[in-house]
Structure formats: C-alpha cells, structure tokens
Ligand binder design. Structure first.
Ligand SMILES: CC(=O)SCCNC(=O)CCNC(=O)[C@H](O)C(C)(C)COP(=O)(O)OP(=O)(O)OC[C@H]1O[C@@H](n2cnc3c(N)ncnc32)[C@H](O)[C@@H]1OP(=O)(O)O
Length: 434
C-alpha cells in the first residue's frame, strides 16, 4: 500500500447551461456528457491515455445508458481501456464521484481521473404506469393470445397515462420546493431577503461573464441543425430586478417566499474536471489550481423540516476536523437550489437559537455573503443537477487563483436530505489557462 498522497484539481470545463427543452433536446444524455469530457481533454492538452478512471454523476438515469459515464467517455473518443462508472447520490452525484477519485489518488490506486456530471431534463426517462409494466411482464411469461387479451382487459384508460419524473422526494412525497418552504417556516427567512439574493445571483453571473471569468471554461457545443455553436448559458436574466421579483407570486405555498425566480430551474448541461496526484500533474507539466484537502458527506435528521440543510450539517464538521473557522475561508461556493434554501443554511449556522439543536451549543458562525458565489450561482446559471457539482468545484478552484486566496469551501444540499462540503487549498499562483 502506497502512502496517502495529495489530489489536485488541474482544471474544469462545462458546456453552456441551457433551460430544458432547448437546443440540447436533440442530444441523448450521454452525448451531452461526452461534450464536456472531450472539451476537458482538448483544453488541458492531456494525453487521454494517461487517464486511469472516469466518473460521471447523474440524477435522472436513462435506462439504455445506465452507465452513462462509460457511454459518455467513449463518445468523447477516450480509449476504451479506461474504466468508467456512474455515481448517483441525488444532487451530490458528481461530487461523490469526484470524492472517490480523490480517495483513489490518495491511496495510490490511480494517478489521473476525470470527474464529470451530466443532466438532461429534455430527455427524461418517461415510463408506463406500474399496471402496464406488470401486465407486460405477465405477457412476457405467457404470450398466448388468451393471456394477452386477459391482461389487456385488466387495464383502464387511465393506466395508459405515462409517468413523468416529478422531482418529488420518494420518502416524504414532497417536491423540493415544498420542502424548502417547510425549512423557511422553521428558520424564518424573509421574502425580501430571498428576492435580494436572487437579484444578486443574476447580477454577479452577468458581471462574471462580462469580466471573462468563464472564458475557456465554457466549451462551445455544436448541435446538428443549429447553424452556430452554442457558446453561452441562456439562464442569467437582465430583467431580474427587485421591482419585478417583489410582484411575483409564490409557487409552492401561498403564504410562502419562493417564486419561480427564487428557484433554480430545470436545466441541461454537463461538466468535467481533471483531478490528478500532485506528482502526475508535475509529470504532465500541468499546473494545479487547487489541492483537495478534505471532504465531508452528511445527512440531515429530519427529512420533513431539514431536507435541504446539507451545507449546515456538513460544513461545520469539515471545518472543525481541519481546525478552521468560517472566517478562515475566503472563497465560498454553495449550490443555490432556492434562494430561501441558501439563506436558511446560513441562518442555521449563524444563529445561536439553532446552535443547541444542531451544533452542540457552538455557533459555527457567519458565512460572509460577500465571499459567496461571486460569479453567480445555480439560480442564475441554471441547475443541471449533477453537472452543478462540477461547476461549483471548477469555479471555486479558479476563484482561488483569480482572488489569490488560500481556502475554498464548496457545499451542496441534495434530495434525500443529503449534503456535502469539500475543502480546497491554493498552494501557489497559477497563470490561468483561458
Ligand atoms: C438539491 C436541489 O437542487 S433541489 C432543487 C431542485 N430543483 C427544483 O426543484 C426545480 C424547481 N423549479 C421549478 O419547479 C420550476 O422552475 C418552477 C415551477 C419554479 C418555475 O417554472 P415555470 O413555471 O416554468 O417558470 P417560468 O420560467 O415560466 O417563470 C414564471 C414567470 O416568472 C418569470 N421569471 C422567472 N425567473 C425570473 C427571474 N429570475 N427574473 C425575472 N423574471 C423571472 C418568467 O419570465 C415568467 O414570467 P411570465 O409568466 O411573464 O412569462
């Protein structure tokens, strides 16, 4: 067994993120996933033969390509000899693949990995109802005309209705929006603060774009039938202002705080990131953006009241283990599932009334909003679930270099009451390859 080694993030890319139902509708999920992997290899100039493992997270599994990681890397033209596997942990699906690769690097099992994520809400697995599925299985066992007729007769017109994935949590039978509103009731964040946070997300995304922060990391995607390659996200909105947002109706609860604007949208996109051992990066002549120090996966106690409290249950544990305080972190990247959900997590960690229940009486502290998601977030950039995890890591690693800071924390909530926090450290200046 080799000793523990350092994993480093070399670089990351993503496709433009597009509202679902748009130009990526013609692509199957694996094709979209392949675009990010191919873009990463091309951007870094990596000899693909040096890649030891590919992971790809996805939430909406397409049955034909159940190991979407494998199909995506093959469609990207990577050598077939590289193993690839798909990771699934709701909104943390890509993050857990990334964490796996870091552990494999630390243990000396691999040197070079690609961690990717993909989501297409335009090609979702729509199923027949359970009654039809059962009847089909019975006919498969006995395909006599008598049995076919018997099973057909057992069906009602309503059974023919296809089942669409609804985004409803299986255990609680509630949508994420309803769950977020339930958290708002306990942690008391205001509609006004949610609107301000949403406007900020769009403003910062547009500013980051104009300042060129995404240059080179958003790879152009050519889709057949569309004349020009797609080069930009279509999600940030210039009309996201307080005047407009304050008049919008709430979506998930009449007396609630969450509007369409304050919700991340169903988005298509993919992202990929190169993670290597420090030695391999040196050997390949690649300058790492950041070292991966540690990560924490966690889950909440109550799915009813805390579904999207993942950051608040994972960040304090991660920081305590690394003897860091909230104030030691200069770069924060949190997934914005809903404006209200981000504010609830911040409130939970900052307010003494929750310290006893959640943190053994110790208040983790204030998460400085001026250091949070300063290049926009999921509200403005969109939320192709698994690809978001990789976008957050790439952004955090690049922000560390652009802002010349030491520590970054990336954190996400996820369906099923899951949460992750990842600690990155900048170990030296890098001239960003744009
Ligand atoms: C771990 C996790 O990530 S959990 C989170 C998982 N994600 C989710 O659950 C997704 C939640 N989101 C949703 O369900 C949907 O996006 C919804 C229901 C909130 C909204 O969907 P839609 O009804 O399609 O919203 P739509 O895009 O039509 O917007 C409604 C209106 O608000 C306007 N609007 C939406 N966003 C903005 C904005 N940021 N600024 C200004 N106006 C806006 C639209 O223009 C539209 O106006 P119109 O009616 O005049 O055309």
């Amino acid at each position: 067994m080799k000793s523990i080694r350092k994993a480093v993030i070399v670089d990351g890319v993503r496709t433009p993120f597009l509202d679902s139902g748009g130009a990526y509708s013609q692509l199957m999920t694996y094709e979209l996933g392949g675009k990010a992997i191919a873009g990463l290899v091309s951007k870094t100039g990596l000899d693909a033969n040096r890649v030891n493992m590919v992971t790809m997270g996805t939430v909406l599994h397409e049955i034909e390509t159940s190991n979407v990681a494998r199909e995506s890397m093959l469609s990207a033209g990577l050598p077939a000899t590289i193993p690839a596997y798909t990771t699934s942990m709701a909104g943390l699906s890509a993050s857990v693949g990334f964490a796996n690769l870091c552990d494999m690097i630390a243990l000396g099992r691999i040197e070079v990995g690609i961690a990717a994520g993909v989501e297409s809400f335009s090609d979702i697995p729509i199923r027949y109802s359970q009654k039809i599925r059962r009847a089909a299985m019975k006919v498969r066992q006995d395909s006599s005309a008598k049995n076919i007729l018997k099973n057909l007769a057992s069906l009602r017109p309503a059974d023919l209705k296809p089942e669409m994935p609804t985004g409803t949590d299986f255990t609680t039978r509630k949508t994420m929006g309803v769950c977020a509103e339930q958290m708002v009731r306990k942690f008391k964040v205001s509609r006004e603060d949610c609107d301000v946070f949403t406007v900020r997300s769009h403003r910062l995304a547009i500013e980051a774009l104009n300042r060129g922060h995404f240059e080179g990391t958003i790879i152009p995607v050519q889709v057949s039938g569309i004349k020009h390659p797609i080069t930009l996200d279509n999600t940030p909105r210039k009309d996201s202002n307080i005047q407009k947002l304050s008049t919008m109706r709430t979506i998930f609860r009449k007396e609630g705080v969450i509007t369409a604007a304050g919700s991340s949208r169903f988005t298509d996109g993919s992202a990929a990131l190169l993670v290597t051992s420090l030695e391999a990066a040196n050997d390949l002549g690649l300058q790492p953006l950041a070292e991966v120090v540690d990560y924490q996966l966690a889950a909440v106690k109550s799915l009813e009241e805390e579904m999207l409290l993942g950051p608040a249950v994972s960040i304090p544990v991660l920081l305590a283990r690394n003897k860091l305080s909230m104030a030691d972190i200069d770069v924060w990247e949190l997934h914005e599932a809903f404006a209200a959900q981000v504010l609830v997590n911040i409130a939970c960690m900052a307010r003494s009334e929750f310290a006893g229940e959640y943190f053994n009486g110790v208040v983790p502290g204030d998460l400085p909003i001026d250091k949070l998601n300063t290049w926009g977030g999921s509200l403005s950039l969109g939320n192709p679930f698994a690809a978001t995890g990789i976008r957050l890591l790439t952004t955090a690693a690049r922000r560390l270099q652009v802002e010349n800071k030491r520590y970054a924390v990336v954190s996400s909530c996820a369906g099923g009451g899951l949460g992750a926090a990842i600690l990155l450290e900048n170990k030296g200046g890098v001239e960003l390859r744009r």
